[in-house]
Design a protein around this ligand. Sequence first.
Ligand code: G6P
Ligand code: MN
Length: 445
Amino acid sequence: MRLTILGGGGFRVPLVYGALLGDRAEGRVTRVVLHDLDPARLTAVTRVLAEQAAGVPDAPEVIATTDLDEALRGADFVFSAIRVGGLQGRADDERVALAHGVLGQETVGAGGIAYGLRTVPVAVDIARRVARLAPDAWVINFTNPAGLVTEAMSRHLGERVIGICDSPVGLGRRIARVLGANPGEAWIDYVGLNHLGWVRGLRVAGRDELPRLLADPVLLGSFEEGRLFGVDWLRSLGAIPNEYLHYYYFNREAVHAYRQAEKTRGAFLLDQQAGFYERAARADGSALAAWDRTRAEREATYMAENRETAGAGEREADDLSGGYEKVALALMRAVARDERTTLILNVRNQGTLHALDADAVIEVPCLVDANGAHPVAVAPLPEHATGLVCAVKGVERVVLAAAGSGSRATAVKAFALHPLVDSVNVARRLMEDYAEVHPGLAYLR
Ligand code: G6P
Ligand code: MN
């Protein structure tokens, strides 16, 4: 089985490879093809993987290439984990929005729109090439903004592209843990869009345990989302929102805190990862040790950042590292070996949420098997949540229209219609400033 990773020089690739090394079952991945535009990043990551594989019998073979078509030909699975514009692009997305007094964040609000406008044309090109060169391959999309990018790719690949995110799994696991339940045995009633969903129930042996959590202020205040959103607000909602909803429910505070911060998250990671790639490229010393150290630092600062800006507590170590690669591997296994399982994924709505059309990509529990991922019927969202979901999906659709037509006026419309951008004038200025810093937006005229 052949797995191609686009963005193969990315910092999280060793997490995926580590998970593959632990898979001894029949039908496992035997060859990994890393594709990246930057040969130096490929060299660094390849060195890390070689050290990871040392001493592991039958470790998957690793091949690196900068030729996209060559990477795609013959692939059974394609992981798309690219970052158009790199971390510099992310830092610029965050900085420009904050300078205009609106949320500057990787995937939510103005920053997420700028990121989407740069990424959609590239993702569509990849989808077209996959359809031509590896028509039977399954594409697992990690590339953010994951819901929007998955929808863009699904217009060319249909059900063969599935989007993933680690945040719903992490949330479900934290709720299960606080309730004393085994996360592996709990059914999580979650639905929405990527980074915009709510847990409305958690059933263990057919019984919904969430009411017990909502009724107990001490229990509620003892886990991350309880501290992040506040006990009273969670009880008013009667649901536990994805952490990214903090940017909606506490927007002023988030913007204020991010404007005070010395560096945005993207700017911090840019510096930190530059250090890693430099160390990993040196012939002396261990690339794996350099990667491990950088990863530990990243996780520690993530916890610190979270605590200061959002008032949240520390995360359990496995919430930080046990998501992304595990969801990906579980999904790949279920599809490749027809092992039926349920995972929260980004797929076409197909009537699940009545307020959205069938082709709108949503985030929802899915039954996965050799035929792909099929959304499970869920209870409707309350009106306030439907309102947000429809508003944000509406913006995503305008982003897709702008990316398709190259119309700058349409891109301005996307910024202006977002619930976290409070003026059309601000939207116009955002577009001007983003166009200046991002070469990837030159296509908008
Ligand atoms: C979570 C989200 C991802 C996001 C990441 C940012 O894992 O699900 O979509 O990209 O956080 O983490 P970072 O360490 O890059 O700030
Ligand atoms: Mn995510």
